[in-house]
Design a protein. Structure first.
Length: 668
């Protein structure tokens, strides 16, 4: 039924439309005529190609306005810049936004490492609000964000709308602009630092640092050197407020000055000068938590080492060569001896991860005293007790003696001798060895096992870095624990692993190194000047009657001990002749002792007279004594042989036996 009605309605509409069109063509169109052409419009259009007589209503709705000329633009922008400058002069600006740039009809406010805002005005009316054109966020994260934009464009648009709404009705719109954007940028910087901290924890630092508290838009607190903090708390026996907080770094928005940049708070507090230096680390172009931590730990390290330096300077009585804190990372250089090579100094550094003091000697990385010094250093740094200070001083003294032993080894490395820190010596309570210094170095001779050279080392009073050396020659003999010390003839079958000490003779280093033919040691600048030796009167080299120039002192490295080397070499040369001379004296042979030969070419034992020989007639013995001019005993090294041999030389005025060589004319 409905379909029939719809079709009938459509049919009636079509019929009515056809009827209307038929009546229009028959009645209305028969009377229609074309209008006359508009001659002025046609002439203007055909001649000029334009038509400017359109009604204003049509022109405004359809046609665009004519563009401004360059001169009009220039004058308009100049006038607009004048208005902007006037507004800036009369407005109240935050001092952080004093860096402005007015150009192209706009003012650009730039706050370093925060934001950049472009503003303009719409008229010269002072009551009109500023118009915010563009907004740029200058906060970057080059470590985790790779320099990408940290704020989404939609967020920037929202910020721009928010700031524009604040600029409309506020009495100080530019200050409100800075307050809103500064708070947002500081919150964004804290977020960047927090993200970098989490990345450091995940990738490298592990449990060495920990985020204690992060309040979004307020502060970020993290602790470092946590092992050191727990050690200090256990060493003191009670957790004070300073110990419980540990070493903490807090980056926060200054509660007393919201307009200021991010503020650093150090716990425990750093000195004022170091705090000012630490503030620069967060005001750099690159926002980096790792750099901030490294800079803070460097300052903390330098402070700890400076405090330790003052203590060591006082305890070690250093006057000239004092301890030095230098380098990055900071390092404390403690001279142990004077002079001291850089590789022989005790270097103290701070482990940047744990905060513990770490000592080492570069030339001797496996020194056995380093673990004890490491423990004493950290115990003293944690508590500062006098007992730990004295223990540290004693350990440094022990290291100094140990270093002297190493110097002795290095100085004697090319001689036929071995250096020992201790020997299995046996001696009674009355032996002179008890009166020697506590620290001694024993030098045994390869060719003379019955002699031991003792180098006694003792710190000089008033300057512990300078040591005095005393040399002694000890006569020893192999023995076992069961041998009779009073009767050497009583010996057991036990292995002789000990040495029994007998005579001890002190050595004068000056006499050992200066013989009758020793040349004078002078410097180049003092040739011909007066020289004093062993308290004798001054004399000039030119008056000494020497036919050759004076000897110049040979420069030796700091580790070389010339007196010890000279004495060891001299003892190695004199020991066989001294033993022979003692045997000659025991047999009743008269000798002149060990003497230096003419020209200083060597040493010799000259026999003055022969002893009576049993079984030899007296007249023969008298004739032999009368014919003997000289009997000399020397130690020589034959050519191309490295073994020393003892040579006895007899000189006769009348040889009692025929010579073995016909060509020889000498009575030897």
């Amino acid at each position: 039924m409905h379909i029939m009605n719809f079709l009938e309605k459509q049919n009636s509409l079509l019929t009515d439309t056809a009827d209307k069109l038929f009546h229009m063509t028959r009645e209305n169109l028969m009377q229609a005529r074309l209008p006359h052409f508009y001659i002025p419009a046609a002439v203007q259009t055909l001649t000029t190609g334009t038509y400017d007589r359109l009604p204003l209503s049509i022109r405004q709705r359809i046609l665009s306005s004519e563009p401004m000329t360059a001169q009009e633009k220039r004058s308009t922008l100049t006038r607009l810049e004048q208005i902007i400058r006037h507004r800036l002069v009369t407005a109240t600006l935050p001092h952080q936004m004093r860096t402005t740039k007015v150009e192209n009809g706009r003012v650009v406010f730039t706050v370093d490492r925060e934001f950049e805002a472009h503003l303009t005005v719409m008229s010269d009316n002072m009551s009109d609000a500023w118009r915010l054109l563009t907004l740029h966020i200058l906060v970057e994260d080059r470590e985790t964000g790779h320099g990408k934009q940290l704020v989404h464009p939609l967020q920037v648009i929202y910020l721009q709308q928010l700031v524009q709404s604040r600029l409309v009705d506020h009495p100080h719109p530019l200050q409100e602009l800075y307050s809103v954007m500064h708070a947002f940028c500081l919150s964004l910087q804290l977020e960047v630092l927090y993200a970098q901290t989490l990345k450091l924890l995940e990738e490298r630092l592990d449990n060495h640092i920990r985020v204690e508290e992060y309040r979004q838009g307020c502060s970020l607190s993290l602790t470092y050197w946590r092992e050191l903090s727990s050690t200090q708390g256990s060493s003191t026996g009670s957790l004070t407020s300073k110990t419980s907080l540990g070493y903490r770094l807090t980056v926060q928005i200054d509660p007393y000055g919201p307009g200021r940049p991010l503020n650093l708070v150090h716990t425990p507090a750093l000195p004022q000068k170091e705090c000012e230096v630490a503030e620069r680390a967060i005001r750099t172009e690159q926002l980096s938590m790792e750099r901030l931590l490294v800079h803070t730990i460097y300052l903390r390290t330098k402070t700890r080492l400076s405090n330790l330096k003052q203590t060591l300077d006082e305890n070690l009585s250093l006057t000239t060569d004092k301890c030095v804190v230098s380098g990055s990372p900071a390092m404390l250089q403690v001279p142990l001896l004077v002079p001291c090579l850089p590789s022989e100094q005790l270097l103290v550094t701070v482990d940047t991860h744990t905060g513990f003091l770490t000592p080492h000697v570069p030339q001797y990385p496996n020194c056995s005293l380093i673990p004890d010094i490491h423990a004493a250093l950290n115990a003293f740094a944690s508590s500062g007790a006098p007992t730990h200070s004295s223990k540290l001083t004693d350990l440094i003294s022990e290291l100094r003696y140990w270093l002297m032993c190493r110097r002795t080894e290095k100085s004697l490395q090319h001689l036929a001798a071995t250096v020992h820190e201790r020997l299995p010596l046996m001696y009674d309570s009355s032996h002179p060895l008890h009166s020697l210094a506590k620290h001694k170095v024993f030098v045994t001779f390869h060719r003379h096992p019955n002699y031991v050279l003792i180098v006694a080392v003792e710190e000089r009073s008033g300057s512990k870095c300078e040591v005095d050396l005393s040399l002694y020659l000890l006569l020893v003999k192999e023995a076992s624990i069961e041998d009779d010390p009073n009767d050497p003839s009583v010996q057991t079958a036990l292995p002789r692993s000990y040495m029994r000490a007998y005579g001890l003779m002190p050595l004068d280093t000056f006499l050992c190194s200066h013989g009758p033919h020793t040349k004078l040691d002078v410097t180049e600048s003092s040739v011909g000047a007066a020289t004093t030796i062993a308290g004798s009167s001054k004399r000039r080299l030119r008056d000494a009657g020497l036919g050759e120039p004076p000897c110049k002192r040979v420069k030796v490295p700091a580790y070389f001990l010339p007196d010890v080397v000279q004495c060891v070499a001299l003892c190695d040369q004199l020991c066989p002749l001294a033993h022979i001379n003692s045997q000659l004296v025991r047999e009743g042979v008269r000798s002149g002792g060990v003497q230096v030969e003419d020209g200083g070419v060597g040493v010799v034992v000259r026999v003055v007279g022969l002893p009576p020989t049993p079984g030899l007639p007296q007249d023969v013995q008298d004739a032999l004594s009368a014919s003997l001019l000289c009997l000399s005993v020397r130690v020589q090294v034959p050519q191309f042989r490295g073994v020393k041999c003892i040579v006895a030389e007899y000189i006769f005025s009348n040889v009692p036996f025929g010579t073995v060589k016909e060509s020889s004319s000498l009575n030897r």
